[in-house]
Structure formats: structure tokens, C-alpha cells
Design a protein around this ligand. Structure first.
Ligand SMILES: [Fe+2]
Ligand SMILES: [Fe+2]
Length: 264
């Protein structure tokens, strides 16, 4: 994992990155919202679970957590979910019902601690209201982002993610061209259905975020981005008609393995 940092007065980022051979790095972020009822947003990658729990403990005593908001049940978001729920006995698990039911196929989710959310639902966290928002792009039907009315930040799940040349603390630290290229190819790779969508219909989904006008975008897969909402919405508007992403095939894997062997 990378060094955690405070991105807004009461929002901490727990950043990690995942190398994508031949392409760069995919940031993988979790967040702590230091609301009156503190919230952990997502729980990192399972392979780094021990480190994740250490980093979390350096930001907040897990016993003080009141909520764990799981944006969806993909493996890069649920890595430490069981450990967190054990370490945070006062926390409830806020997630879409389908995410909870799917996870319960793999481990015994404590249903009495669960809070089921659909897009549009809100939870009051004492000093703020968090509202579940479906992001314009998503790779999982259970995806629910968060709009925080106090910080005016949007936690956008996988949406607005991007593969970047090297890990960075802020989106401003990534060259504009690299950011645009990385975001467009990630959007196509992570939400391939976007190429089947009428651009005009898709722009309505983008407009819903435009109306909310978040000051900060906290994607799970991009460094925090302040004041970039309009720029990012314009970028995503290009995705339905962009060249669809094609995943590396066996020939590519053999090349990567040959390079790795050559480097040893
Ligand atoms: Fe995902
Ligand atoms: Fe993800």
C-alpha cells in the first residue's frame, strides 16, 4: 500500500496500487470519512489485508467506526471486510442488498449488522448526510457511490478510474494526456457495455452528476481529483464512441513471461 493521506479536512485516503503489465498502475483506494459517525468506504485488496488493517489502525481505532460502506462486492473492495467487521464491533455494513447476498455465499455475513441501500437512499452520520448514488459507469450491478453533503465530495466507486503511468497522490500530479488516456481506456475496459449505449442516453447519466456538481471526486481507482468534475464528465462523454478496449490475449501473456524471464 501507499502512504495514507488526508485529502480533505475530515477525509483520509488509504491508497494502494495494482500493477497492470505493459500499461501502468491501477490505483485502489479505500477512504475513511471522519463523520460524527465515522465511516470506512471499502476495504482494499485481500492480498494486502494485514497491511490494510495496520494502515486503517493508524487513521482510526476500528472500534470507533460506526459504518463500513461497501460500494460493491468486487474483490478489490472487499479484501478486508471480514477482518474489519471483527475489529469494528460497533460498525454496521452499508451495502446494496444484492452485494450482501452474494457475499453471503462465501462467508457468514452478520445480517443483523447490515443496512441495505438502493440508489437515492440516505443515511445521516450525525454531522452529515451520505446519499447512495449510482455512478454513470459501473462494473457490478450492486455499485453504489456516495455523495457527502458536508464535504461535497462524490465517492464514485470504479467510475472515473484510470490506469496511470505511476502511483500519484493527487490527480493533478498526473499529466493531463496520461490521465485522459488512462481514464478512457479504463472506462471501456471496466464498463464494456458503455459501447452499446446511445451517447445521448449516456449523457443524461453524466448530467445527473453534473447537477450534483461535487467539488471532489474520490474514485476507488484514481488519485483524489479536486475541481475536475466537468473535465471528467466531458472525458467520459467520449467513451461510448471510443475504440473498445481489448484485453491482452495469450500471445501477450507469452511476451510478458518471456520479458520477465529475460529480465531475471
Ligand atoms: Fe468493480
Ligand atoms: Fe474496483
Amino acid at each position: 500500500m501507499d502512504k495514507p493521506h488526508q485529502a480533505m479536512p475530515d477525509i483520509e485516503v488509504l491508497p494502494a496500487h495494482f500493477p497492470i503489465p505493459g500499461m501502468g498502475f491501477l490505483p485502489v483506494n479505500a477512504f475513511v470519512i471522519k463523520a460524527r459517525e465515522p465511516v470506512l468506504v471499502d476495504t482494499g485488496m485481500g492480498g494486502e489485508s494485514e497491511e490494510f488493517m495496520k494502515v486503517l489502525g493508524s487513521i482510526i481505532d476500528p472500534k470507533d467506526l460506526r459504518w463500513v460502506w461497501l460500494t460493491h462486492d468486487d474483490a478489490d473492495h472487499t479484501g478486508s471486510i471480514q477482518k474489519v467487521l471483527e475489529a469494528a464491533p460497533s460498525a454496521r455494513l452499508a451495502a446494496n442488498s444484492l452485494a450482501v447476498l452474494r457475499m453471503s455465499m462465501a462467508w457468514p455475513v452478520p445480517m443483523h449488522r447490515v443496512y441495505w441501500l438502493n440508489p437515492g437512499d440516505s443515511i445521516r452520520m450525525g454531522d452529515r448526510k451520505l446519499t447512495a448514488i449510482r455512478p454513470p459507469l459501473f462494473d457490478n450491478p450492486t455499485a453504489i457511490g456516495i455523495y457527502d453533503d458536508k464535504s461535497e465530495a462524490f465517492f464514485s466507486v470504479d467510475c472515473f478510474g484510470g490506469i496511470i503511468p505511476s502511483p500519484a497522490q493527487n490527480a493533478d500530479d498526473v499529466k493531463e494526456g496520461d490521465l485522459a488516456q488512462g481514464m478512457i481506456s479504463w472506462a471501456s475496459a471496466d464498463s464494456p457495455w458503455v459501447h452499446m449505449v446511445e451517447p445521448s442516453e449516456f449523457s443524461q447519466a453524466l448530467d445527473r452528476i453534473r447537477q450534483i456538481a461535487p467539488k471532489m471526486i474520490f474514485s476507488a481507482h484514481l488519485p483524489p481529483a479536486r475541481g475536475k468534475t466537468e473535465q471528467f464528465l466531458k472525458l467520459l462523454a467520449r467513451v461510448p464512441t471510443s475504440t473498445p478496449f481489448v484485453a491482452p490475449n495469450q500471445t501477450a501473456l507469452e511476451q510478458i513471461l518471456a520479458q520477465t524471464r529475460g529480465g531475471n
